[in-house]
Design a protein around this ligand. Structure first.
Ligand code: HEC
Length: 113
């Protein structure tokens, strides 16, 4: 009994620590929900893990690749026209903003450019 309780505490601790270190704003949380719903069939949208579609960059790699405004313009374009292997995505400009906010939250502060 005692050891199983300890096990639970050990399991829960890293999750709690991560949430406290990196709380998402409301916009970022919306962006995360959108990304998980619309983009996650191809892109890895979480802070860790690979993309289901090997050609689609995981979002945490996008965060380091574009400055926020460029990413936003790029995504707005993708939302309108789609791009090579990626179908047109049905997202509103506000959604794009939230997704960009989320993607940029994936950028590690320990990795400045
Ligand atoms: C059906 C699969 C699929 C879905 C769904 C998808 N993507 Fe992609 N995406 C890709 C692939 C494949 C690439 C890389 C190849 C390319 O650029 O055409 C890509 C590339 C990108 C790029 C980088 C483009 C560049 O110039 O490097 C961005 C940004 C992006 N996707 C954003 C999104 C967002 C945001 C969503 C959800 C709203 C999404 N994608 C949903 C497949 C997908």
């Amino acid at each position: 009994m005692r050891s199983s309780l300890l096990y639970l505490v050990l399991l829960a601790a890293p999750v709690a620590a991560t949430a406290a270190e990196n709380p998402l704003s409301a916009a970022q949380a919306r962006g995360h929900a959108l990304a998980a719903g619309v983009c996650a069939t191809c892109h890895g949208v979480e802070a860790t893990g690979n993309s289901p579609n090997a050609k689609a960059l995981p979002f945490r790699a996008l965060a380091g690749r574009y400055v926020p405004l460029t990413l936003q313009r790029h995504l707005a374009e993708i939302a309108e026209t789609g791009h090579s292997n990626m179908p047109q995505i049905n997202v509103h400009a506000d959604d794009v903003q939230d997704i960009v906010a989320y993607i940029n939250s994936l950028e590690s502060p320990a990795d400045p450019r």
